[in-house]
Write a protein that binds this ligand. Sequence first.
Ligand SMILES: Cc1ncc(C[n+]2csc(CCOP(=O)(O)OP(=O)(O)O)c2C)c(N)n1
Ligand code: SF4
Length: 303
Amino acid sequence: MTTKTVMQLPEEEYILPGTRACSGCGLSLAYRHILKALGEKVILTIPASCLTVLHGLYPSTSVRLTNINTAFATTAASATGIAAGLKALGKTDYTVVGIAGDGGTFDIGIQALSAAAERNTDFLYICYDNEGYMNTGTQRSSATPMGAFTTTTPGTKIEHKKDILAIMEAHSIPYMASASPAYPLDLFDKVVKAKTIYGTRFVHVHIPCAPGWGFPTDDLVKLAKLAVDTGMWVLYEVEGNVFRLTGRSRRMAGSGKKKPVDQYLKLQGRFKQVTAEQIDHLQAWVDNRWERYLQRHEVSNEA
Ligand SMILES: Cc1ncc(C[n+]2csc(CCOP(=O)(O)OP(=O)(O)O)c2C)c(N)n1
Ligand code: SF4
C-alpha cells in the first residue's frame, strides 16, 4: 500500500520535543518518520554518532523507544545478538533495528554488516548518510562525494562516494532501498515494507547536514530535493531481484528530466573549492549511474 498524504501517517510521536541535534537537522526529520513507520514494538541499537547525541545522555532521553548504545563498529553485531536473544525467548513480535551513520556503516561497521547480511540475519539496518563523520567535526568518510571539503581532506576529496547499495545488493539480501527526508511518505512506506520482510533489510537515507555541508538550516528540504532532481541521490528499492525507481526519481525517469549537478553543489560551502574538472567528473558519474538505473528500471518493469 502507498501512503498518499501526511494525514495518513500515524499521529504517534516517538521523539519528544527538544533534542540535542542541531537546528534544521535532516536526521531529526527523517528519524521522525522512520520511528512512525517502526512503531512501539522495536529494539534499536545505535553506535556513537549524531543519533546518539539526538537520543541524549543517560538518564534522560528524547526518544520514547528501547535503545541500546553500542560501540562504533558493532551495530550489526549488536543487532545480530538481539535477534538471537529474541529468538531464544520465542518473541516474534519485535523488530530489531540497527541505525548508524555513514562512518559507522560504510567504513568501520562494514565487516559486521557484511557478515550478518551474508547469513541473512533477521534485522533491519538503516544507514543515515550525512556524508562524513559529523558528530566529531566533519571528517571524511568513504561516503563523502568527490569535490567536497572535509577537515581531513586538504583541498577536497578526490575519490567518488562508495556505492554501499551495490555492496549490499551483492549479498542478495531480500530488501534494500534508498530514501530522503524530503520525501517522507516514500521513506515511511519503505520502512513499513522493510519491517515486514524476513532477513537482512537495508535502508539508506540521505541526510543533508547544515553545519557540516555549509548551507542555511532553512534550505534543508530544498537541498534534499535538489539532490534527487540532479541524480546525486536516487530513490529506488530492490525487492528480491526486482529493481524499481520510486517517487520523484520514478517520475523523473518518465519525463527524462534531470538538473545539472552544479545547481546542487553551488548551494553548499563544502563544494566551494570544487574544480571545473571535478564537476565534469561528478556529472559523468551521476549520468552513468542514472543510465544504469533507467535500464534496470525498464527491464524490471517489462518483466
Ligand atoms: C572505535 C571508535 N573510534 C572513534 C570513535 C569516535 N567517534 C564517535 S562518533 C564518530 C563519528 C561517527 O560518524 P558517522 O558514523 O558518520 O555518524 P555521524 O556522526 O555523522 O552521525 C567517531 C569518529 C569511537 N567512538 N569509537
Ligand atoms: S552535525 Fe549534522 S547530522 Fe549531526 S546533528 Fe548536526 S545537523 Fe544533524
